[in-house]
Design a protein around this ligand. Structure first.
Ligand SMILES: Cc1cc2nc3c(=O)[nH]c(=O)nc-3n(C[C@H](O)[C@H](O)[C@H](O)COP(=O)(O)OP(=O)(O)OC[C@H]3O[C@@H](n4cnc5c(N)ncnc54)[C@H](O)[C@@H]3O)c2cc1C
Length: 325
């Protein structure tokens, strides 16, 4: 069950905004990788001990349920809507000579880098509320990114926010009273955790104070014998990353198969939180990588992620061809 009729490799979105043709491989219908599955296109609105209720009111009975609603999103329910959203973003970027990016987390930084590399003549400004960009990585890695962006003429304003509704004639005011001229803006602040729909359900007691779904080491939701939690929605103490969500999925699939054969809980596979490795793309060739307190920036980490953004690899993992025919 998914609220959208398509799957999207989320971290390819920033490149698709600059180059909409990139989305052709990163956005595909659920039926392409699940030819024999039954996909219900609707938001899940409630879960009971035996069924999930969709936003349309349909009831779907389950023996096992896996909750993987990482982040909640709005808009673009169909593939065509998504492609046209990228065309609109692309036109916006292409026609503006100055662009304001609000938010200096991974989304804001990767978008600024894509624009700075593809359109070196455009003036890009990032306004970030925090005291450093990419707060989840260390200070040294963050400083390297600041240096990289500044060397490409990206202006960075830290410790301030912008109320876009108060913008007038292309002039934006920051909370610190600074003014920024920009012909368009992109809001790149984190999406809310996709657990809002669980708050009035039988799983409300399994959410922590941040709204994350608490899971045991076998990835069963705390206090539940047939409901699993995987991906960004969980409280697993590790960075929230897609390849880790895929690992959770693999373990969960194995555990469900074991439980279907009446295995004992003690025989279930156990997930160990991953080591803290971050990789942030800086355009098509470079990246910054951090492992514990070690970090490096440039073409070497870029060779791992930035060329294809793992799109071909993810497609292959889902049983699709890496390239379109
Ligand atoms: C800029 C950026 C770069 C990144 N780069 C990388 C990277 O290089 N490598 C990497 O591994 N990870 C990367 N990540 C992290 C990665 O995107 C996430 O960890 C991953 O998408 C988590 O997957 P998920 O399935 O848990 O959640 P999501 O990707 O958020 O998917 C949740 C799905 O559930 C749907 N949904 C939500 N609520 C409901 C509901 N009530 N009913 C039905 N459907 C619902 C949503 O529409 C969505 O399709 C990056 C993230 C960002 C922001």
């Amino acid at each position: 069950m998914n609220r959208k009729e398509y799957f999207e490799i989320p971290w390819a979105a920033l490149r698709s905004m600059c180059d909409p043709s990139f989305a052709k491989r990163a956005v595909f219908s659920h039926s392409e990788y699940l030819p024999h599955g039954n996909v219900i296109t609707s938001a899940a609105a409630n879960i009971t001990d035996t069924e999930v209720v969709t936003a349309k009111g349909d009831k779907v009975a389950y023996d096992f349920a896996v909750i993987a609603t990482g982040h909640s999103e709005t808009g673009a329910y169909t593939k065509d809507e998504k492609f046209s959203q990228y065309q609109t973003d692309h036109q916006k970027i292409k026609s503006a000579s100055s662009i304001l990016i609000i938010g200096g987390g991974q989304t804001g930084v990767e978008l600024a880098a894509e624009i700075a590399v593809d359109y070196p003549d455009k003036k890009v400004t990032i306004v970030h509320r925090g005291s450093m960009l990419l707060e989840f990585i260390g200070e040294s890695a963050s400083n390297k990114v600041v240096h990289w962006l500044k060397s490409r003429k990206v202006e960075i304003i830290l410790g301030q926010s912008v109320d876009v509704n108060s913008a007038k004639d292309g002039v934006y005011k920051t909370s610190g009273g600074q003014t920024i001229d920009a012909e368009c803006h992109f809001i790149c602040i984190g999406k809310p955790i996709g657990s809002g729909w669980l708050k009035e359900t039988v799983l409300k007691g399994s959410l922590d104070i941040h709204g994350r779904l608490m899971v045991d080491s076998d990835l069963k939701v705390k206090g539940r014998s047939n409901v699993f939690g995987i991906g960004d929605i969980t409280d697993i103490p590790e960075l929230k990353l897609g390849y880790l969500a895929q690992r959770h999925a693999g373990i969960t699939a194995k555990n469900i198969r074991l439980l279907m054969k009446n295995a004992n809980d003690n025989n279930l596979n156990v997930y160990k939180p991953a080591l803290p490795l971050s990789l942030i793309a800086l355009g098509k060739k470079e990246a910054v990588a951090q492992f514990y307190c070690l970090s490096c920036i440039g073409r070497l980490p870029g060779m791992i992620k930035s060329g294809d953004l793992f799109v071909g690899r993810t497609r292959k993992q889902l049983g699709l061809l890496s390239e379109l025919q």
